[in-house]
Design a protein around this ligand. Structure first.
Ligand code: GTP
Ligand code: MG
Length: 694
């Protein structure tokens, strides 16, 4: 038996910028439906949705969290998502689990840039969209201003279905526009309300809104429009069906209002979710494809082959790894086999559980629209497609943003060094945007994420979940060294006191090459003054010394080394002796070749709203950037520049603050350039201090 039938299910993702009141609203919905026994509060740390220690500490969501409730014959599964830009991947993946998006916009801050981005994502994903304007009880709450922003920024007609009675301190309830009734709400969080006459000062506004809403609803359907134009009243059934159909087509944005914290104005939204949100049997499942480019279409029915999408992976300290899955078609029961179409392996399903915040409860059978978790799948990762038959067809995977913030992480103890890579692997399984690699030159582990907070949270989890402690540092710049003059020098290694001696003697010419040419070794020996078998040893000596340049210990590049003269000893010469001679000669030559430091120059492309362009240019100029050009992209401008890596190691938080989160950038390596002399002196000095300190 399934918990809810497909047509009665509603899968809802709650999304918007941070702090708008998503979790508080979700808590109120759960409480009203008696899915929880008390109204959880984010600030009190007792929200069932913000249950992870990192979330309690920050009083804000970091991970998407699931719960469900029953309301008027329908089962509603909600996914509360974090509104911080650092945790965008939770939303990108969450969008794959839901059919309906609930935007929570607060009546003070209205629509910030990140909500605008999220709006685009939900629209592209084809979810229905509804809005709840929260915090009507707070100072400076302005319902009308949010409606205006919806029209302008979301570019959709708002359809206010409830209006607030009063605002700020005097907020006392809501008016249901279609029913033309007022409800006064208790402010004790209990969710109780009583019907009251519509306040006289709201009658005009109500009539005006009512006519607009009816007109917008009539536009959904030609037959309705005809009736409306004839002046015939539309029946409640007609209005309800027009609401559902207009919502599904995205013709308008139904708007509710109230306070999540006070649990006021929430029930009309819950009624609407049950009555009008799209159920999982009405959706079109994205077309599945295989490696040959063949396609397969599935229907969202129980009779269809099972198809599930893994939109979340959690490592639970008790259950182990949990794969959280949205069922799109077919059914699945405990103790069965499924096929991972991405990795082409069979997986064994043990028990099937539902997640209610952090609580887990067993489920019998799951079908279309159900969201459930399965423990200990061996090969399954986030974004995989699971099928009921051995078929290699997969659902499209979403694109994730590239991580742009890099930090060096150094393990605190030796034990931590060994645990670090497996622990990172688990973190990356949970969050597909996080990346870790080891920089070959500097030897540092580099952790990359979307911003400072993303990385800090990953490090917190590394410690709490896997007991690995690390320190965060700004990554080192992988400088290189090269030369600007030619030198010819001798390197002689001679130890001939008693017994078998050592003798190697070579003359090297060391010359600069063009940028990017790397390293060339030339054998210019004539007449066998150094026997052929010792030449590779000389080269080896040079290459070894090149790893540790004379200025700051960086690799030396763009040089040609010619061995053109030398001498040997019949008995005492050896490969080792010539290697040492080669190394000695090279080091001596470097002193005479006027070495310089080279730094990586990056291509950077920054996309920002037009009005931020001046600040962005000014900032980049102060970072020694060379601006290359600008192109318009809608309301945004893309600026291309070349900038030294040293200046943009921590560019991400800076860009976020200049553009209030609306800017994005990408960056890749372009070439090496000499470091300006004054900076070179500083870097050389710092390297010397670091070397002497060791
Ligand atoms: N007065 C008032 N405060 C609210 C309301 N809703 C939320 N808050 C407060 O606003 C803050 C943020 O609320 P959350 O529910 O955590 O917001 P969120 O959208 O889940 O935020 P993120 O998880 O960071 O994306 C908390 O301090 C809440 O107590 C409301 O309707 N009225
Ligand atoms: Mg939250």
């Amino acid at each position: 038996m399934r918990k809810y039938r497909t047509e009665n299910l509603r899968d809802v993702i709650i999304m918007s910028q941070s702090g708008a009141g998503k979790t508080s609203l979700a808590e109120a919905m759960l409480f009203n439906a008696k899915a929880t026994t008390r109204l959880g509060k984010v600030l009190d740390g007792n929200s069932v949705l913000d249950f992870e220690p990192e979330e309690v500490k920050r009083q804000s969501s970091i991970f998407s969290a699931l719960h469900n409730y029953k309301w008027k014959n329908s089962g509603v599964i909600i996914l509360d998502t974090p509104g911080d830009t650092n945790f965008t991947s939770e939303v990108i993946l969450g969008l794959k689990s839901a059919d309906n998006a609930l935007f929570v916009i607060d009546a003070i801050d209205s629509i910030k840039p990140y909500s605008e981005n999220l709006w685009k994502m939900a629209t592209e994903e084809g979810l229905t969209r509804t809005c709840f304007i929260s915090k009507m009880d707070r100072e400076r709450a302005n319902f009308e201003a949010v409606l205006a922003d919806i029209t302008e920024i979301f570019e959709i007609k708002p359809l206010p279905l409830t209006l607030p009675i009063g605002a700020e301190e005097s907020f006392s309830g809501i008016v249901d526009v279609l029913k033309k009734k007022a409800y006064l709400c208790e402010k004790d969080g209990s969710g109780t309300f009583k019907e009251a006459p519509v306040p006289s000062d709201m009658l005009d506004a109500l009539e005006e809104t009512y006519s607009k809403v009816i007109e917008d609803l009539a536009e959904v359907d030609d037959a309705l429009m005809e009736k409306y134009l004839e002046g015939t009243e539309l029946t409640p059934e007609e209005l309800e069906s027009a609401l559902a159909s207009g919502l599904a087509k995205g013709l308008f944005l139904p708007v509710f209002c109230g306070s999540g914290l006070l649990n006021a104005g929430v029930q009309p939204l819950m009624d609407f979710i049950s009555a009008s949100f799209v159920s999982p049997d009405k959706i079109t499942i994205p077309v599945l494809t295989n490696s040959k480019g063949e396609t397969r279409e599935l229907k969202p029915t129980e009779e269809e082959v099972f198809c599930g999408y893994v939109f979340k992976t959690m490592s639970d300290p008790y259950t182990g790894t949990l794969s959280v899955i949205r069922c799109l078609s077919g059914t699945l029961s405990p103790d069965s086999n499924i096929y991972n179409a991405k990795h082409e392996v069979k997986e064994r399903v043990g028990s099937i559980i539902t997640l209610e915040g952090k609580a887990q409860k067993p489920l019998e059978t799951v079908g279309p629209g159900d969201i459930f978790a399965v423990a200990k799948l061996k090969e399954t990762k986030t974004s995989d497609t699971l099928l009921g038959e051995t078929l290699n067809f997969t659902l499209p995977s979403p694109a994730f943003p590239e991580p742009i913030m890099n930090m060096a992480v150094s393990p605190k103890t030796k034990a931590d060094v060994e645990k670090i890579m497996p622990a990172f692997q688990k973190l990356m399984d949970e969050d597909p945007v996080l990346k870790v690699h080891r920089d070959e030159q500097t030897g540092e582990f580099i952790l990359s994420g979307l911003g400072q907070l993303h990385i800090e949270i990953a490090v917190d989890r590394l410690k709490r979940r896997f007991g690995v402690e690390v320190e965060l540092k700004t990554p080192k710049v992988p400088y290189k060294e090269t030369i600007t003059a030619t030198a010819e020098v001798q390197g002689k290694h001679k130890k001939q006191t008693g017994g078998h001696g050592q003798f190697g003697d070579c003359w090297l010419r060391v010359e600069p090459l063009e940028r990017g040419q790397g390293f060339e070794f030339v054998n210019g020996i004539v007449g066998g003054v150094i026997p052929r078998q010792y030449i590779p040893a000389v080269e080896k000596g040079v290459i070894e010394s090149m790893q540790n340049g004379p200025l700051a210990g960086n690799p030396v590049v763009d040089i040609r080394v010619t061995v053109y003269f030398g001498s040997y000893h019949d008995v005492d010469s050896s490969e080792m002796a010539f290697k040492i001679a080669g190394s000695l000669a090279f080091k001596k030559a470097m002193e005479q070749c006027r070495p310089i430091l080279l730094e990586p120059i990056m291509n950077i492309a920054v996309t920002v709203p037009e009005e931020c362009m001046g600040d962005i240019m000014g900032d980049l100029n102060s970072r020694r950037a060379k601006i290359e050009g600008m192109t318009a992209r809608g309301k945004y401008q893309e600026l291309k520049a070349q900038v030294p890596l040293a200046e943009v190691l921590t560019y991400a938080p800076n860009l976020t603050s200049i553009t209030s989160g609306r800017g994005t950038f990408t960056m890749n390596f372009s070439h090496l350039d000499p470091v300006p002399f004054n900076l070179q002196e500083k870097i050389v000095e710092e390297a010397k201090v670091a070397r002497d300190g060791k």
